[in-house]
Ligand binder design. Structure first.
Ligand code: ZN
Length: 326
């Protein structure tokens, strides 16, 4: 187990409410700390699952696969490849909803902030003052801080104190806007539940300073139509390139999911009506093109992730690891 329970809950919360912790993810963390989170309402157990996500890089086109009971076992069937059938254990059917304000309360308590964290806007809380007299805000979801008017709102709450914001990784231009406004932005992964120095859910206040930026994994040059992934140049057709740019642009903002009909409109034009299953072909082609020449083709294919509710696709690369230039 490499990821602690606090880090896991923070990561799952980045996509916004509702964030779900699955039983299989939870199982290695069973114990007293887990029970405490149930007691504190940070985790709320849900009804057992009746359907399962499709395989990460499947071309079946299903929104979800039903869970069948076969000889007393629960099985999520893949319609295209029997080897992808999943036998599910009891843990798999369990799930817990992560309650955002209870999670923030847990972090504030563990970090010694007295009083109830005050919600400032959807997904963002004021925790209080740091030991260096900075007003400290905490955002759980990726889309919380880039909300319009958020900088002004935080300033009015902070009054004249300087501001520090702990937030998930965000698009480079959103990050730059906060820094330009004089805010101190720190990635949550950099200062909360850091192994050793910040045990449990506590914030390591010594780390409330900007994180050096990461080298981008995906570099796209629009005019030159070149793409490189993890330092390897990729050869894409025009259609594959267009689709990748569309997904990458969405991955830089929120929501990162591009719905099937938006992909259709982008590739074939809004005037042409097609059934959504036809999006599968260009997605498959893009997956193949990106995987060509990669040591781990399976995980590269899975970077174009099947999503549902809404149905579409998401580029599973962090915003600060994507660079698009003109
Ligand atoms: Zn499948």
């Amino acid at each position: 187990m490499t990821e602690t329970l606090p880090r896991l809950l923070l990561r799952l919360s980045e996509t916004g409410d509702p964030a779900i912790l699955w039983g299989r993810q939870a199982a290695p963390h069973a114990g007293r700390d887990f029970e405490r989170l149930l007691d504190h309402g940070v985790l709320v157990e849900q009804a057992p699952a009746t359907e399962w996500d499709v395989c990460p890089a499947c071309d079946c086109g299903l929104d979800a696969r039903p869970i069948h009971q076969v000889n007393g076992r629960h099985i999520a069937l893949c319609p295209t490849d029997r080897r992808s059938d999943l036998v599910l254990g009891d843990d798999d059917l369990r799930s817990f909803r992560i309650h955002p304000s209870a999670l923030v309360r847990e972090i504030a308590m563990a970090s010694g902030f007295g009083g109830e964290p005050a919600p400032v806007a959807a997904g963002i809380w004021h925790l209080g003052e740091t030991s260096a007299q900075r007003a400290l805000f905490l955002a759980l979801s990726r889309d919380a801080v880039p909300q319009p008017g958020m900088i002004g709102l935080m300033r009015s709450v902070a009054r004249s104190s300087p501001i520090s914001v702990i937030a998930p990784a965000m698009a480079a231009d959103d990050w730059a806007r906060l820094v330009d406004a004089g805010l101190h932005v720190v990635a949550g992964s950099h200062c909360i539940a850091c192994d050793g120095t910040a045990p449990g859910f506590s914030i390591d206040q010594s780390k409330l300073e900007p994180q050096p930026s990461l080298a981008p994994r995906l570099v796209i040059q629009r005019a030159a139509k070149t793409v490189s992934l993890d330092g390897t140049p990729k050869t894409l057709s025009d259609q594959e390139f267009q689709l990748l740019v569309l997904l990458a642009e969405h991955a830089l903002k929120s929501p990162a999911i591009v719905e099937n009909r938006a992909i259709e409109a982008h590739i074939w034009g809004a005037s042409i009506h097609r059934i959504s299953s036809q999006v599968r072909e260009p997605v498959r082609a893009l997956r193949n093109a990106l995987a060509r020449g990669s040591a781990d083709a399976t995980s590269v294919r899975a970077l174009i992730e099947n999503r549902r509710n809404p149905n579409g696709y998401r580029l599973a690369i962090e915003p600060n690891e994507i660079a698009i230039t003109d």
